[in-house]
Design a protein around this ligand. Structure first.
Ligand SMILES: *Cc1c(COP(=O)(O)O)cnc(C)c1O
Length: 379
């Protein structure tokens, strides 16, 4: 059976060019980047080349990039690293109710350690309120952490304005950009971003490697102890092949950004128009325009998302009911509840996230299946 993959927010395939650049670092170029002989220096050079590529894509400096083992670790490092560093200045952090578990669970841990967290509400389209944000800033606020784009409903926050507010009040600004990197233009200078997390496997790079951007001059404590790798900020022998893969993937993504955005936006809007034509009683979750180019999230009345997924799987269709991270949990998505959905409707949601290899024909096939399955499930 032919597989049609519509779950690019969960992960993506590794591009062939990326695999090709990675391969030597598994075998012939196996040196430890910390070693002084030439085999080690080759690995070190490859890491520094990747760092340059990441910096270029974000409009940052290479020395502002720290490699990690994934997006979750980058989020942990950003929040805990800043919280521990600035604990004498204050223990208040502002975030939102719709963050990824990598942020929300880290916040819970910090709460247990005596930090106070404000979780901003979002409106029916998933946007935080800039005035509520500004109103929440206190004397002891050390960090604002708001995701660039949501992994379930795709809503893109007003990042530049958040950055301006943070700067005006002299508070650091971190953004979980795991869904945004490779999908939308990011400029840490223009957007006043102080810290930013990313993960290679969300933009056609390998799994198990991420990066954190930290603005020059911003101090942070390391959370993993050991050797002196990554300027003493992240102990552990570097995943050289993975880092090389991340560097190549972000370079490719940035070179093709506009074309990719345009292609996915067209496909996404075609999917919405076909849903409108062929299916009744549904609600589109997230903003119609300010959303990730490849993201769609729709709640269908009177069905259970997981049942729909099983039926789609029988047809070779890979999709998601909420987010991959929360599937298997019985409670409805915290994001869908935060935008005001009733639990029944939140349970009936289908997330289709498009990517490079998807075509109009794929969408037609998907719509055909949905038009057949959904009325049956409703009976
Ligand atoms: C996938 C994702 C993460 C976690 O990244 P991993 O590399 O899988 O740990 C964090 N935040 C968001 C918004 C994500 O989509």
């Amino acid at each position: 059976m032919r597989i049609r993959y519509f779950d690019h927010a969960a992960t993506t395939n590794v591009k062939e060019e990326v695999v090709k650049e990675m391969l030597p670092y598994f075998s012939i170029e196996y040196g430890n980047a910390s070693s002084l002989y030439s085999l080690g220096r080759t690995s070190k050079k490859a890491i520094e080349e990747a760092r340059k590529r990441v910096a270029k894509a974000l409009h940052a400096k290479p020395k502002e990039i720290y490699f990690t083992s994934c997006g979750s670790e980058a989020d942990n490092l950003a929040l805990k690293g800043i919280a521990y560093q600035y604990k004498n200045k204050g223990k208040h952090i502002i975030t939102s109710k719709i963050e990824h578990p990598a942020i929300l669970e880290t916040c819970k841990t910090l709460e247990k350690q005596g930090y106070e967290i404000t979780y901003l509400n979002v409106d029916e389209n998933g946007f935080i309120s800039l005035s509520e944000l500004e109103f929440s800033i206190r004397e002891d606020t050390i960090l604002i952490s708001i995701m660039f784009a949501n992994n379930e409903i795709g809503t893109i926050q007003p990042i530049e304005q958040i950055g301006q507010i943070a700067k005006k009040h002299n508070v650091l600004f971190h953004t979980d950009s795991v869904q945004a990197v490779g999908n939308v233009k990011i400029d840490v200078e223009a957007m006043n971003i102080d810290l930013l997390s990313m993960s290679a496997h969300k933009f056609y790079g390998p799994k198990g490697v991420g990066a954190l951007y930290v603005r020059e001059g911003v101090e942070f404590e390391r959370i993993q102890d050991g050797g002196h790798q990554e300027k003493n900020k992240r102990a552990g022998t570097e995943n050289v092949a993975g880092i090389v893969g991340l560097g190549k993937a972000i370079e490719l993504a940035n070179e093709n950004l506009e074309k990719y955005e345009e292609k996915l936006t067209t496909l996404r809007d075609y999917y919405f128009s076909q849903i409108e034509e062929k299916i009744s009683n549904y609600k589109i979750n997230g903003d119609k325009e300010k959303r990730l180019p490849g993201n769609t999230n729709i709640s269908f009345e009177g069905i259970h998302g997981e049942e729909l997924l099983l039926k789609l799987d029988e047809k070779g269709i890979c999709a998601s009911a909420g987010s991959a991270c929360s599937s298997g949990t019985p409670s409805p998505s915290h994001v869908l509840l935060a935008i005001g959905l009733k639990p029944e409707l939140a349970y009936g949601s289908l997330r289709i996230t498009l990517g490079e290899e998807n075509t109009k024909e794929d969408i037609d096939f998907l719509i055909e299946q949905l038009a057949e399955i959904i009325p049956k499930l409703r009976k």
